[in-house]
Design a protein around this ligand. Sequence first.
Ligand code: FRU
Length: 456
Amino acid sequence: YTAADHLRPVAHFTARDTWLNDPNGLLFHDGTWHLFFQNNPFGSGWGNISWGHATSQDLVTWDHQPVAIAATPTEQVFSGSAVVDEANTSGFGAAGQTPLVAIYTSAYTGEHPRAGIQAQSLAYSLDAGTTWERYAHNPVLDIGSTEFRDPKVFRYGGEAGHWVMVVVEATDHRVAIYTSSDLIDWTFASHFGPWGATGGVWECPDLFELPVRGTDVRRWVMVVSLNPGGPAGGSGTQYFVGDFDGYEFVPDDDKATTDGPDWLDHGRDYYAAVSFSGVPGGRRVMLGWASNWDYAGDTPTAPWRSTMSLAREVDLVRWPDGRPRVAQRPVLPADPRPGLVVHDLVVPTTPGRHTEIELSTHDGDDVVRVTVDGDRRTITCDRTASGSVDFHETFASVDTVHLPDEPQTHLQIVLDGCVLELYAADGRATVTQLVFPRASLTEIAVRQADPEPTVA
Ligand code: FRU
């Protein structure tokens, strides 16, 4: 097929006419959401890796901004984070100025004396994120490793506290935790891992505190992306619930190593998910890259390639087995938006009940089948007949998520161009999948034994 406009989402972020991968530097500042992202400013394949930039007032309408931190012939600008340096601890601001500071991985290349090394560097903005300047004495953290990347920095303990960086030693399957008072000098504090799933490299860590819904309990959540070894094959995002004292993360138990970790998403296309910093009111909002390293370079759109997921508000909810797990609620546009389809269903999940939901093009040629199986208490998503599927051998997939032991599930289906997101059990089980139908999947048919599920 030729790549068509109906594949470009209207409420998910895509680059105008280039490549993107991981979200970077997610930041809320002065009423504006900032999304930086791994970007090739010159093409629709991975390369010349720079931080692209977009801004939004509502997380579903994005304005393209100029490239924030551009690759040079000797430095690719890999993933990282950004913070508001409220107290000007870095000294990058003049008196009365609040610097925004980006912490990214320098992947040195070409003629650089550090070629092959990955180290952590800084850039700062003194005009609320519009323009960025590299720190003159980069890198600020170099351990001489070729696999040391994706720093996520946050403030621990408020004004009296300190900066914390979580960063991966990718092939050792561990997260290193460093602390700093000024974002420039970093002191090693501890390691976390190997733990949970280690079938691939560890990438893009995040660490934050979340409330357990309906209680006064708060737990820390360590997020670690993994490629390959994800739950549906290829890349995926695992997480661990535990405790953090400002220096060391201790998981609640060793379930992750015996039964496997919890996953933020059970589809194939939710990777490198990290959270926004600077969000007021204790809200935690995450965003992921809606693709999979298995085939990210082959997806049939042009000239743009890849999309972000919707932003997702997260908290912890106890499952019937007592374990707190992440629940996710998508941020949707307040008004109806042509091209975006949201279905809300309540589906039985008791033994003997099977519900088939078919999302199809008007002529029925391309179809995605979502099956809720009450015996196995699962949802499967079959995209084998969803349109363009043979651009890569692993794409035509049937993927499964388990549901909590409850008699019915609320299922929200969000379809937007080439992205399909399923939020089941009120966001406690999600499946994110790319699809490339020849026309939009405008039709829905629901089939099952009595009683009928309610379609709103
Ligand atoms: C994750 C990742 C990161 C790296 C970036 C490079 O998808 O591999 O580890 O910083 O992409 O683009």
